[in-house]
Design a protein around this ligand. Sequence first.
Ligand SMILES: [Zn+2]
Length: 136
Amino acid sequence: MSNDSLSESLLQAFLDDLLPEQQMIEIEQRLRSEPELLERLNSFVANRDQGVHSMGEIWRRHRMSCPTREVLGSYLLGAMMAEQAAYIESHILHVGCRFCQSNLDDLRKLQNADPQTSNMRRQKYFQSSVGKLPPA
Ligand SMILES: [Zn+2]
């Protein structure tokens, strides 16, 4: 990834957890070392909260209520609190979110294919997922 500033659409996609894993990691690392970038990201989040302006915005706001891939991962591993697990179950079963359902299917395949790293992932997911869910 180049050193110049990231585009707004890229940061929006990052917020929605829609980028390939490698790119998510690169942006996360840059956010830690570049306070200006973090500030830009925070301003997007603030703008989102101010109102809905377009179909794209509606779509993104809906997506914001979806648990992240990491949260879904810890759900699969059973490494989360009952309250969070209940939120995910109601989101997928009652709201019927296909996006999360397919994400979950995908993660389940990955975990089955790669049991050696499951323990490490369990640790990582548990640490990073606490407090990330929006209020139910
Ligand atoms: Zn969802």
